[in-house]
Design a protein around this ligand. Sequence first.
Ligand code: WQD
Length: 338
Amino acid sequence: MQTILVTGGCGFIGAHTIVDLIQNGFEVISVDNLSRASADSLLGIEKITGKKIKNYVIDLTNKETTEQIFKDHPSIKGIIHFAAYKAVGESVEKPLDYYENNLFSLIHLLQLAVKYHAKHFIFSSSCTVYGNPDAIPVTEQTAIKTAASPYGATKQMGETIVQDSATAHPLSTILLRYFNPVGAHPSIAIGELPIGRPQNLVPAITQTAIGKLPKMHVHGNDYDTRDGSCIRDYIHVCDIAHAHTLALQYSIKNDKANSCEIFNLGTGNGITVLEAIQAFEKVAGIKLNYEIGPRRVGDIVAIYANNDYAVKKLGWTCQYDLNEMMRTAWEWEKSLAK
Ligand code: WQD
């Protein structure tokens, strides 16, 4: 059995990835200090897979306590590193918290991966690294622009730290650039649990629809796009999760030391905010209470992925369409209200 350490395993993408890893025969250990996630995710994972997952409630910025995991589990073959702060707005207010948490945890994990020969290292990156791209769809070779926030900067710096580590040490590393993960596992046993008022579009939609929020605002409809609202590449969290399993299997099969490969994880379809809202209204049979508001500082106008490389090299294909994204997100929101 191949043991994989998943950091941020109680988080939105982490929990969905653990389910997929288990269903593909991996043994999984989680580490999550529960600062931004709930241990309830572990109950959901158990409900779906029948497996109780060990979660170390450890702060990865403490190298000594983190090393204990590797002492307890000398057979860790790979690491999938999700644990990080990820709120764009918060990162502007608290840049030093973001640099300390996101970079120190990564550096410690890489040092321990080298020391304990956890050779396969998958880093959770983001399309944010592209900034406002000159041309869309973006490929993995599209030029990286200056980050629009400290959060984006931690992802750009994180990619460089992983690349340099793979050059110097016999690690096999992969950078996965997510576009906009949304939706919930079809069992509705796990899903997205935003803390406080949701910043992201789909939780804002579902919380407005269920009445947790009185209304939501579309952040601008005067952009140079087909309907004036911003374009994004929304992708189901289960498609993102399965891509991690495929990336790990790819890394283990190729077993290429000193390697670092990059993959875009998007559907390849650009959807506007208004189109996303219309898709939700159609699926939920609800008229959503929203207003057009001012643009949000830091928003890019349009981005979506060219995912050919992931499709070709990982044998990855997206299984969930926009309707499934909205349906599962809505079913999950309704399950939270029970
Ligand atoms: C999408 C679109 C908003 C809320 C960020 C990070 C990215 C990843 C996902 C971490 C934008 C509009 C939103 C609302 C709105 N985070 N919107 N009303 O900004 O593309 O990406 O979150 O991994 O790295 O950069 O996602 O969902 O916040 O916004 O009109 O109430 O929806 O303006 O155009 P974003 P988002």
